[in-house]
Design a protein around this ligand. Sequence first.
Ligand code: SF4
Length: 328
Amino acid sequence: MRPFDYIRAEAQSDATRAGAEGATIIAGGTNLLDLMKLEVMAPDKVVDITRLDLGEIGEARDGGLRIGALVTNSDLAADMRVRKNYPALSSALLAGASGQLRNKATTGGNLLQRTRCYYFYDTDQPCNKRAPGSGCGAIGGASRLHAILGVSENCIASHPSDMAVAMRMLGASVEIESEDGETRVVDLAEFYVLPGEDPSVETVLKPGDLITHVILPAPRAGRQTYRKVRDRASYAFAMVSVAGRVSVQDGRITEAALAFGGIGSQPWRDGHVEEMLVGEEPSTALFAKAADALLADAVTQDGNAFKVPLTKRTLIATLKDLTAEIAQ
Ligand code: SF4
């Protein structure tokens, strides 16, 4: 690990000022410290925000929740309002990492965790995300963990978060304070940037920006679930995951929200797929059609082509669960 300066922020303005001057923000450190030890990231300066007053879960004005960026993954998963009204989020959090990591990992940090692409972590390998212009080792290489949607010819990394998939399904937004003290709210749908030409740019955050809260809209009707398929039963990243909420009335689907992990360059949501379901009677044939539409633009490698049939089966099974007693 390379030497670095350490600053402790006593106020949000300390953090945004230091960030604008090039410091890297640290909170739980569950991903950043690994990256620093491997010298994948080598900041000259880190600013520790763990003393800031961002550790509460409050009620939002519309009946939703306003989650402080420093709320740990464990506390968020255990919150009774989350368990009752946003069970897919609680399940997604508990499906991520280990208990020890969830006790340290924060809500803001979880959104910003970096891909687990093997080449990104190995500084001897080419990686456009770590070293722009150096190439992509995963294209034509080991790609089992990698994305099939939203990829570019420069990067096929998948986003690793479970939490962010559930939040995307729930329609969450991110509250950000900038260096000038202004606060803006960005829908999670607009927060992440596709890899395109420069995969080193992952979000719309600018130097000096600080995530202060995540806002969940008021709970909506319908069943929720989070289904995660992985190589072992715990402490593994998703090969495919689905966060879903479906509402059914009089035998027809009235609302559907679906987001996917493990297959997208960012937590993935496709409004067209949801629209296909609304107004229809639940059936395996309908769910298969929706899965085909989701995967129509999939770009696969030898190592991750299995995700196409796996995603299809996982989505069908998830939708059957969400509409059980109705689907044929
Ligand atoms: Fe780097 Fe992305 Fe290629 Fe992985 S997939 S090696 S993160 S450019």
